[in-house]
Design a protein around this ligand. Structure first.
Ligand code: GDP
Length: 295
C-alpha cells in the first residue's frame, strides 16, 4: 500500500541528512520533493500545496538548534500533518438508533455490497449487534443474489423483495421487519451506477428522506484517485453523508484518495476495505495510516 509514495517521501527526507539545522533553503528543497511525491500519488493539487505550506511554517518555526536532527524533525512534522490531513482522530460509526440504520451509498463496483457484509459481520462479532442486511437494488437481480450469498456466509439474514420496484418501500419494510423481529442494526445496500446520474441520486436521496438513517456511509474505490474525491464531493453535496469507506486498499493504490478526501469533503474516513474476504475490514486510524505511509 502506498509503496511509491513512501519511497518518494523517504528520499525527500534524505536531502536533510547531514544538515546541521533547518534552513529556508533546505526546507524548500525538501518540500519541493514532498509536494511532487504527493502530486504523483494523485493527491489533490490544493491539498498538496496547503500541506507543504503548513509543514514549511512548522519546520521553520522550530527552535533551530534542538537535539533533534533536521531530517528527524521533518519526518515528525510530516507525520503529524499527514495524521491531521486524514482527520486526526478515529471516528466511530453511529449505532445509537433502535434499530440503528446505516445506509450505503456509492458507485457500482466501489465495493458497497462486499462492505455491507463485512460491516455486518464486524458489528455482529465485535459489538454484539444483531444485524439485518437489506438488498435495495431493484435493477440487478445479481446484486440481490450477491448479498444473499454473503449473508449466508456470515450468517446474517438478508431482507429483499423479489417483485418490488420501489427501493424506498423495500427499505421501509425492512426497518419494520427489523423492529418486529428484534434486529438492532439495519444495513441498507443500495443500487449504484457506473457513473453519477440524476436518477440514482434522486433514488438514494429519496431513501434517505424516507428512512432517516443514523449513518450514511459513502463507499469508494481507493484505486480511482482524484475521481474518488470528485465522486465523494458529488455524493456529499447531495446526501451530506457521515463518513467514507475506502475500499481496495490492498491493491496497488497510490494514496491520493486517502489523503485528499477528508479535507475536500470535510467528512471522516471511518473504515477501510483491504481485500475480498469478509474479514478484510478495519476501522480507519489516521495516525496508524501516517505510520504506514512513512514506513
Ligand atoms: P458494489 O457494486 O459497489 O456493490 O461492489 P461489490 O461489493 O460487488 O465489489 C466489486 C468488486 O470489488 C468485487 O469483485 C469485490 O470482491 C471487490 N472488492 C470489494 N472490496 C474490496 C477490497 O477491499 N479489496 C479488493 N481487493 N477487492 C474488493
Amino acid at each position: 500500500m502506498f509503496d511509491n509514495l513512501s519511497e518518494r517521501l523517504d528520499r525527500s527526507f534524505k536531502i536533510l541528512k547531514g544538515e546541521g539545522k533547518i534552513t529556508e533553503i533546505n526546507v524548500a528543497e525538501t518540500l519541493k520533493d514532498v509536494r511532487k511525491a504527493l502530486l504523483d500519488a494523485d493527491v489533490n493539487y490544493k491539498v498538496a500545496k496547503t500541506f507543504t505550506d503548513t509543514v514549511k511554517e512548522k519546520a521553520l518555526g522550530q527552535n533551530v538548534l534542538t537535539a533533534v536532527k533536521p531530517s528527524q524533525l521533518m519526518v515528525k512534522i510530516v507525520h503529524d500533518e499527514l495524521t491531521e490531513l486524514m482527520g486526526g482522530e478515529t471516528v466511530d460509526v453511529n449505532l445509537k438508533g433502535a434499530p440503528a440504520v446505516i445506509l450505503m451509498s456509492g458507485l457500482q463496483g466501489s465495493g458497497k455490497t462486499t462492505f455491507s457484509g463485512k460491516l455486518a459481520k464486524m458489528l455482529k462479532t465485535k459489538r454484539n449487534k444483531k444485524p439485518l442486511l437489506v438488498a435495495c437494488d431493484v435493477y440487478r437481480p445479481a446484486a440481490i443474489e450477491q448479498l444473499h450469498v454473503l449473508g449466508q456466509q456470515i450468517e446474517v439474514p438478508v431482507y429483499s423483495e423479489i417483485d418490488s420496484k420501489s427501493p424506498v418501500q423495500i427499505a421501509q419494510n425492512a426497518i419494520k421487519e427489523a423492529k418486529a423481529k428484534g434486529y438492532d442494526l439495519v444495513i441498507v445496500d443500495t443500487a449504484g451506477r457506473l457513473a453519477i446520474d440524476e436518477q440514482m441520486m434522486n433514488e438514494i436521496a429519496a431513501i434517505k428522506n424516507a428512512i432517516n438513517p443514523d449513518e450514511i456511509l459513502f463507499v469508494v474505490d481507493s484505486m480511482t484517485g482524484q475521481d474518488a474525491v470528485n465522486t465523494a464531493k458529488e455524493f456529499n453535496d447531495r446526501l451530506d453523508f457521515n463518513g467514507v469507506v475506502l475500499t481496495k486498499l490492498d491493491g496497488d493504490t497510490r494514496g491520493g484518495a486517502a489523503l485528499s478526501i477528508r479535507s475536500v469533503v470535510n467528512k471522516p474516513i471511518k473504515f477501510v476495505g483491504t481485500g475480498e474476504k469478509m474479514e478484510a475490514i478495519d476501522q480507519f486510524h489516521p495516525s496508524r495510516m501516517a505510520d504506514r505511509i512513512l514506513g
